[in-house]
Each structure stands twice: as C-alpha cells, then as structure tokens.
Design a protein around this ligand. Structure first.
Ligand code: UP6
Length: 264
C-alpha cells in the first residue's frame, strides 16, 4: 500500500477542498464518485438524490444537459449541501488562461456552482495555476480546486506519450494549493495530499464502442493505488441503480480501507 492513512492525509493537507473531500469520504465510508451523464436536468437531479447517501462526489457534464439552467444548478447545490457530496464539473478546460477564465464565468457560470473542475495539462502552468487560483481564492465563487488530467482512460490516448504524465505531475506538485489531484489510471504522485481519481471503472463490461476502456474496482484501487473511482454507465445504464451504487461503494471502500486502520 502506497497510501498514507486517510485521517493523516486529512489533517496534514493544506488544501481546503481536499480536507473536505477526505472528511466526507471518511464520514460516508465512500470513495465512489458517480458520473451522471444523462441529458436532462430532471434525470440528473433524480439520480443525484437517490445516489447522495452512497457517494462522496457527483460528476456532471453541464454541456451535455440539453435544458441546463440556473434552476438546475440551484437544485444540485442544495442536494450537495444537504447530502454532503462534492459537485464535480468535468469540463476538461484546455485553452489559454484568459479563455479558461471566460468559460468559468460564462454562460454556465461553472465557477459559481462546481466545487472542482477538470483541466488538461497540455496548456501549461501559466494558463492553469494563475487563472484558477484567482477564482478559487475568491469567496464569491464556489470553485475550490482543480483536477489535472494526467492520464486518459481511452484507447490510444496521447497522455501515454513519453514524459506527458510526468510533466503533468510536476505542474500539480508545484501548485498544490489549487490543484487537489489527478484524473489518472494509476497512482501518479507520491504527495499524499494529491488525490488520485480514476475513471474507466465497470464491473460488468470492458469497452464501449467509442474508445473507453474499463477495468474492475480491485484493479483500480488495490493494484493501481487510486483513491477514488469514477463510475458512470456501470450505474447509470443499470435498471437497478441503487443496487449498483451499493455494490460499487462497498467493493471500492473495502479495497481502500483494507490496509488503513484510520478508517475502520
Ligand atoms: N472520463 C473518462 N476517462 C477519462 C476522463 N474522464 O471516462 O480519462 C469521464 C467520462 C465519463 C466518465 O467523460 O463522464 O468519466 C466515465 O463514465 P463511464 O463509466 O460511463 O465510461
């Protein structure tokens, strides 16, 4: 096990978002983030309310929701506050710093309702740290952190090119006040206050027909030493989502907790 006990990580981290995430994880005994990739507000909110007790975070793609509105984000933030989960907008920002800023404050007002967003490392440090830090440190915005994409789960992803992941990790390690962790397939950093979130998890399927590669929970948490699993269609395509939520939550937490005395 390459992980520091969760309670220690919670008390040691100086990143406020990670303090909150780790505390929610320990309280709810969950390292499950649900990716709700439905296309209407009503469907997303309905599943978010059902999933609330089992997850530490809910991930959305705001630009996939065809009737996206401020009413939707108002309801989602109310659910998150009441049910204690993190709101994760998976925007995958990847442009100049100035454009990132316009998009964060733009039509969808992402910085006003999302706790954390994903950012591609390809644009370089200056476009990332300064701009996001500005909003993260501004109390008028809910945004509290960034997850850098160190590795994509898709087949043939260019994040596998020599040096890409290592360079991404350096950007994160040097900006740990704003960068709270990674989207990756395997554990990428030895810094215990950077959380490793991993998509590409499904217990019943290996691939879709569009490049996605899935593996099981034990592989993701135990073998590859990630902290948090991101599960989408494993739950959202099931006719019994609650059963699946319980299943993924239990297996992922057991894998994370098995050699961590601070959570048992
Ligand atoms: N996601 C990946 N792989 C990555 C980064 N992000 O799958 O490398 C996101 C997708 C989707 C979710 O955009 O919202 O994680 C995975 O959902 P799935 O389990 O239904 O494939």
């Amino acid at each position: 096990n390459q992980r520091t006990p969760l309670s220690e990580r919670e008390s040691l981290t100086e990143n406020a978002l990670n303090k909150k995430i780790l505390s929610v994880m320990r309280k709810k005994k969950s390292n499950l983030c649900l990716a709700i990739d439905y296309t209407t507000s009503e469907e997303v909110l309905q599943l978010a309310e059902i999933a609330g007790p089992f997850v530490m975070a809910i991930k959305v793609h705001a630009d996939a929701i065809t009737d996206f509105s401020e009413e939707f984000t108002r309801k989602l933030t109310t659910l998150a506050n009441d049910m204690d989960f993190i709101i994760f907008e998976d925007r995958k920002f990847g442009d100049t710093g100035n454009t990132n800023l316009l998009q964060l404050k733009g039509a969808q007002k992402i910085a006003s309702w999302a706790d954390v967003v994903t950012v591609h490392a390809v644009q370089g440090t200056d476009s990332i740290a300064g701009v996001f830090r500005q909003l993260i440190n501004d109390p008028n915005y809910r945004l509290s952190g960034v997850l850098l994409i160190a590795q994509l789960s898709t087949k043939g992803s260019l994040t596998a090119l020599d040096g890409y992941t290592e360079s991404t990790v350096s950007i994160a390690e040097e900006n740990r006040d704003v960068i709270s962790g990674f989207i990756a397939q395997t554990r990428v950093s030895g810094f215990s206050d950077l959380l490793n979130w991993t998509p590409g998890v499904n217990l019943d399927a290996k691939t879709d027909s569009a490049g996605q590669q899935w593996r099981g929970v034990d592989e993701a948490i135990d073998v590859q030493q990630n902290d948090i699993i991101i599960v989408g269609r494993g739950v959202t395509s099931s006719s019994e989502p609650v059963q699946q939520l319980k299943r993924y939550r239990r297996i992922a937490w057991e894998a994370l907790a098995k050699d961590d005395e601070s959570v048992n």
